[in-house]
Design a protein around this ligand. Structure first.
Ligand code: IMP
Length: 429
């Protein structure tokens, strides 16, 4: 069945939006399956550039239907704001085009306040979250005290549920963290208004997606964050609180096993990470500044959601081998190859050395990379500007060798290469 999952193969920010944009041109439906407005995808509508945090980025294509799956945690204020902004840019926004799962969870100012308070309480051991309330909202979900989109169907009941949720959050803010408490009355009135606006968009997304697949529609599931931020499979505890890996697309959209037929792993040509946690190939000094950029360009390595400078490093094949396995990646999209132009040589990490032992794969998953020393292979760089290259044959030999070496090391084909920020700056093979 034609369900393609697009998944970040590293720590997020791989440039998934670009690849989604490309593949969404042929999709009938685009879907987000896990996460919330901690994600940020840059999209372009006509001349305008937007950062979408909740809506699937493919929804800016006029022919597509956008789904927000049950695995998501949704901040209704952010969602309504995004809907307004794309509507103003000329994108049609109505319940025929955008559908929200009844079982997706709702983020409140209570979750956001708890995110901040918990991070502050962690002190030096902080996770470096995006402070969007993601962890606390999933916490409410697993403790079975969360608010779901379906609660919005009953206006009075919803208002009361929000008030009682804020009461319980206030108890924690006050007693556990000594933090300022929130105005439950004002928040519940605000959320009553959000419910009024969002109610027509709420459906059972799994049923809709299943019927669409059966009738021959093509669905593109857009992963947020990245493999190494997965709650189970990432660099725990420096992870997000959900399942961005490809199998999450099935659970997070309410589809059965066997629905997916292609998993595209998006890999940046070098490694980046926001927030705390291990990073064996991390660089500092001039080379780091060179890869990160100054922040002057849209595509420089600064967080889309938080604006924080990203940590940067060489491509890590040990972690990518893991990502290929955990996601069942069928082919790769390599982004930002142009950023490497002009370097004398380029390193790829092909293994780790722990004390005296070397290993090409992770001995016990990625959560404990303490003491992992990267083993590098050094390849010649290329000096030519590749931003106007559109075919594989026209890439400089050294650039082709770099891509081919990645394919060889991972035993997966690179089918898409991006060489610049514009929609057209792509090589397809
Ligand atoms: P949270 O998802 O806000 O709880 O943050 C947990 C960790 O995931 C932090 O290190 C964040 O920087 C990271 N993170 C969350 N969402 C993204 C994303 O979309 N891109 C990159 N990193 C992210």
């Amino acid at each position: 069945m034609p369900l393609t999952v697009i998944v970040g193969a590293q720590w997020g920010d791989e440039g998934k939006g670009r690849i989604v944009d490309l593949l969404a041109a042929k999709a009938d439906i685009v879907a987000r399956y896990y996460g919330g407005d901690n994600a940020g995808h840059t999209v372009t509508v006509k001349e305008e550039t937007f950062k979408l945090h909740l809506l699937p980025s493919g929804v800016v294509h006029p022919h597509s239907i956008g789904l927000l799956g049950n695995g998501m945690v949704i901040n209704p204020a952010t969602l309504l704001d995004e809907m307004d902004r794309i509507r103003k840019a000329g994108v049609e926004v109505n319940p025929d085009r955008i559908k929200i799962s009844h079982a997706a969870h709702i983020i409140t100012p209570g979750h956001i306040a708890l995110d901040g308070a918990r991070e502050a309480a962690r002190g030096e051991a902080l996770i470096g979250t995006t402070k969007r309330g993601i962890g606390p909202a999933y916490n409410s979900k697993v403790t079975r005290s969360g608010l779901r989109m379906e609660n919005m169907m009953d206006a009075a009941g919803f208002k009361e549920a929000v008030r009682s949720h804020i009461d319980s959050v206030n108890h924690q803010l006050d007693k556990l963290f000594g933090a300022e408490i929130l105005d439950g009355e004002a928040i519940s009135a605000l959320y009553e208004g959000y419910a009024e606006k969002l109610r027509p968009y709420i459906i059972e997304v799994g049923k809709f997606a299943d019927e669409a697949l059966k009738s021959g529609s093509i669905i593109l599931a857009e992963g947020a964050q990245g493999t190494l931020l997965d709650l189970d499979h990432g660099t725990y505890p420096f992870v997000t609180s959900s399942t961005p890996t490809a199998p999450g697309a099935l659970v997070g959209l309410g589809l059965g096993i066997g629905s997916a037929n292609r998993v595209v792993g998006v890999v940046k040509a070098f490694q980046t990470r926001v927030g705390e946690g291990p990073f064996p190939t991390e660089l500092d000094g001039d080379l780091a500044v060179r890869l990160r950029g100054t922040g002057a360009n849209e595509w420089d390595e600064f967080g889309t959601t938080t604006g924080r400078p990203r940590r940067v490093g060489w491509l890590d094949i040990v972690l990518l081998r893991y990502a290929v396995r955990i996601n069942g990646i069928s082919d790769l999209a390599l982004t930002k190859l142009d950023i490497l132009s002009g370097l004398e040589t380029i390193k790829i990490c092909t293994g780790y050395r722990f004390a005296e032992k070397t290993t090409p794969t992770l001995p016990l998953g990625p959560s404990n990379l303490e003491g992992a020393e990267a083993i590098y292979e050094e390849l010649p760089g290329w000096q030519d500007d590749i931003t106007s290259v559109r075919t594989w044959e026209d890439l400089p030999e050294a650039a082709r060798n770099y891509v081919s070496r990645i394919e060889e090391l991972l035993s997966v084909a690179v089918k898409i290469i991006s060489v610049g920020p514009e929609r057209s700056q792509v090589i397809q093979r």
